[in-house]
Ligand binder design. Structure first.
Ligand code: GRG
Length: 300
């Protein structure tokens, strides 16, 4: 897809998601106001919105509407944002900067950041199973999506990945295979869920879901490797978070295990696999194929 058309579509999807998130977590004047401020501070801080864009893109490619995709798209971004807030806490990575500004616990305090993350995680399911979601999707598809979301975010998915990641820090040796297993859960589970939620929202069948999973698994790994590359080659201002933090924390990554040039080659090969996975969709896959290519050369 031509670059300007792709960028316009990305902006349109992000605008749609941002407007809906703004409605779902409004400013409040009640005494819990600091909680809402803290939730909104991170949720509306201008992330790339890759996960909700995947939900929207897959739903549209499979013949669904934006309205059908939006509840799952917003739920997923809430879960992703909660994971970033908690990941930055002193008991995890203890990071001061996120999305170009002080991390949540730096801007507020630890207790508020912890609770804002908890509230966003919970609200994700409130939204996925909301009356609006059920009106758009029917109870059965809404429930199927919420179940998938829970599996991807919890002890079978992202949290398991975080636990493996913490364990990896204590291993004397870390193989690329073990790192890949960790990242398939830590980063990959939510990206896979994003693609699948789009197909579920559209009511797509088995072959579309299989293609979505193949695309997302390749894209997810490429995304994580690119994240590791940017930690070495990126620019702090563009990235919105400190660079060199992996090396500083003694964290082993694809770059430290494989070397920079092999890591770059792997991103390219995985991106080609993601593009190939959507070949059966022909021109309708244009946007998602371009998205995979754009993420492989992203600078933030
Ligand atoms: C629940 C404590 C806890 C952790 C879960 C996902 C995760 C584990 C932690 C988040 C931090 C992290 C470095 C995850 C790896 C995936 C990744 C590259 C996240 C950043 O996602 P982007 O680039 O961020 O999509 P934006 O800000 O653009 O949304």
């Amino acid at each position: 897809m031509e670059k300007t058309r792709f960028q316009a579509q990305m902006r349109e999807y992000a605008k749609l998601v941002n407007a809906q998130l703004d409605l779902l977590v409004p400013e409040e004047t009640v005494s819990e106001k600091p909680l809402y401020e803290s939730m909104r501070y991170s949720l509306l801080a201008g992330g790339k919105r890759v996960r909700p864009v995947l939900v929207l893109g897959f739903c549209k490619m499979c013949g669904g509407t934006e309205g059908q995709a939006l509840p799952f798209a917003c739920a997923l971004e809430m879960i992703h944002t909660y994971s970033l807030i908690h990941d930055d806490l002193p008991c995890m990575d203890d990071d001061d900067l996120r999305r170009g500004r002080p991390s949540n616990h730096r801007a507020f305090d630890e207790a508020t950041a912890l609770l804002a993350g908890d509230a966003l995680l919970t609200k994700a399911f409130e939204v996925a199973l909301s009356p609006e979601s059920i009106t758009q999707l029917g109870a059965s598809r809404a429930a199927e999506g919420a179940h998938l979301l829970a599996q991807a975010a919890g002890d079978h998915g992202m949290i398991a990945g975080q636990v493996l990641d913490l364990q990896n820090d204590t291993l004397p040796q870390l193989t690329a295979q073990r790192l890949q297993m960790t990242d398939a859960k830590k980063t990959g589970a939510l990206l896979r869920a994003a693609a699948l939620l789009g197909t579920i929202a559209a009511g797509a069948g088995k072959s579309a879901r299989q293609a979505a999973a193949r695309y997302a698994d390749a894209l997810g790994l490429a995304f994580q490797i690119q994240d590791d590359i940017l930690d070495v080659t990126g620019d702090e201002k563009t990235l919105g978070k400190p660079i060199g933090s992996d090396a500083e924390h003694g964290k082993r990554t694809y770059v430290s295990i494989l070397g920079l040039s092999a890591a770059r080659e792997k991103v390219q090969a995985l991106t080609e696999e993601a593009v190939e996975a959507l070949a059966p969709f022909g021109e309708r896959a244009d946007f998602l194929q371009t998205l995979a290519q754009a993420l492989a050369v992203r600078e933030h």
